[in-house]
Design a protein around this ligand. Structure first.
Ligand code: AMP
Length: 403
């Protein structure tokens, strides 16, 4: 059975086509700069005796044009991996916001499309392009089952004590203002991977998962279910990220608006795009920050210290929330690759049962699940490669099998 996974952003489309019998990715690609003067498509055929990459530079007017090109490439006699649309059993779409309506992946029909549309005010930059992808994919592949996999769904098990904000109840009841949480697909995937590795049944597994990429969030997982998470009503809350501030006294927004004269749009841009590591030291790529710290740069050193300190505080909070923790699970670009961040985060947590083995931390193999805790650490510390596309494909398959 072949499943295509599509992740439509505002100006890009990522795709990956899986053979589910072999759990193998057959093709993947990226459509970039949609709607701009110069567009680009990079397509990889990953299977066969001769894996191949093709790059096409041409303007891509909209998502329809981008997905049509993608469809041509995956069915191309030279670089394609299927011969006709009917070979695709299903398409899994990443949808960022599923609100309270969607606590699991679901088959897409007209009513689901309307519901995703209705949730667009909660994710105005994400849900509309996600929907554009769904609409075009239904036309291009009418026989494939279309499935929506939501970034928020895994966190729908949060108890009210964790998801409510202490503002007047009507803001929740009438306007849906609460913690939703994001990166759910990744938290769920690495939590299951870790439980399987440690041979603990998932419904008895307690963990703290740390998705540290350019966007970053943590989740407290109790008996396999998410019970708290650091992102909130939007992805702006929680950890310090590449360009997002993370947690902030909300009165700062009021002050910026009333005293400093910034508009809501400007404040939104500052907090989402100009803050975080970028705002603190001028760059947001952690590799650059590590190099600058190494060279003695004070701003980079402070940025990294603040970044790690925030994560550490959340670990303490989630250990308190969970009581028992089987594992800390580091994942995503920074979590999988930065031994310095893992070291800064875990140093001083011995009393909480977390002790790193410096050697194992330094030699954790990229792309593989590794244990990096010391022999006497009560809590296991894992580095786990996330794979959101594969998780979307797996969930799509599960939905298809149920029908
Ligand atoms: P992601 O959003 O998961 O793709 O993660 C992207 C981030 O991972 C980049 O901004 C980098 O800061 C970080 N990253 C990737 N590779 C490394 C590395 N070898 N060391 C430190 N950070 C890395």
């Amino acid at each position: 059975m072949k499943i295509l996974v599509i992740n439509c952003g505002s100006s890009s489309i990522k795709y990956q086509l899986f053979d589910m019998e072999r759990t193998a990715a057959l093709a993947s690609g990226l459509v970039e700069r949609i709607g701009e003067a110069e567009g680009r498509i990079t397509h990889h055929r990953l299977t066969g005796a001769h894996p191949r990459t093709v790059t096409l530079d041409a303007p891509i007017a909209d998502h329809h044009a981008g997905l049509t090109r993608m469809a041509d490439l995956i069915m191309d006699p030279e670089v394609g991996v299927i011969a006709a649309p009917v070979e695709l059993a299903a398409i899994g779409h990443r949808v960022v916001h599923g609100g309270e309506r969607f606590s699991a992946s679901t088959i897409i029909d007209d009513e689901v499309i309307d519901a995703i549309q209705a949730l667009s005010p909660f994710a105005p930059l994400h849900n509309p392009p996600n929907l554009a992808g769904i609409r075009v994919a239904r036309k291009l592949f009418p026989r494939a089952v279309q499935v929506a996999v939501f970034d928020t769904a895994y966190h729908q098990t949060l108890p009210a004590a964790a998801y409510r904000y202490a503002i007047p109840t009507e803001f929740y009841e009438e306007h849906g203002i609460r913690v939703y949480g994001f990166h759910g697909t990744s938290h769920h995937y690495v939590a299951r991977l870790a439980a399987r590795h440690l041979d603990i049944p998932f419904n008895h597994f307690n963990a703290i998962t740390l998705h540290l990429g350019n966007g970053a969030s943590m989740a407290a997982v109790e008996n396999g279910r998410s019970v708290d998470t650091s992102m909130g009503f939007t992805p702006l809350a929680g950890l310090i990220m590449g360009t997002r501030s993370g947690d902030l006294d909300p009165a700062v927004v009021y002050f910026m608006g009333t005293r400093l004269g910034f508009s809501f749009e400007e404040i939104d841009r500052i907090l989402n795009k100009e803050s975080g590591l970028l705002g603190l030291c001028g760059v947001n790529d952690l590799r650059d920050i590590e190099r600058r710290r190494e060279a003695g740069d004070a701003a980079a050193t402070l940025a990294l210290d603040m970044y790690a300190y925030r994560i550490k505080k959340y670990i303490g909070a989630y250990i308190a929330a969970l009581g028992r923790v089987d594992a800390l699970v580091f994942t995503a670009g920074v979590g999988e690759n930065s031994l310095l961040v893992r070291e800064l985060v875990c140093t001083g947590l011995d009393l909480l049962g977390v002790t790193l083995d410096a050697e194992k931390n330094a030699t954790a193999a990229r792309g593989q699940l590794s244990e990096i805790q010391a022999a006497d650490s009560r809590v296991k510390v894992l580095v786990a490669p996330t794979n959101e596309e594969l998780e979307i494909a797996n969930q799509t398959l599960a939905v298809v099998r149920k029908t």
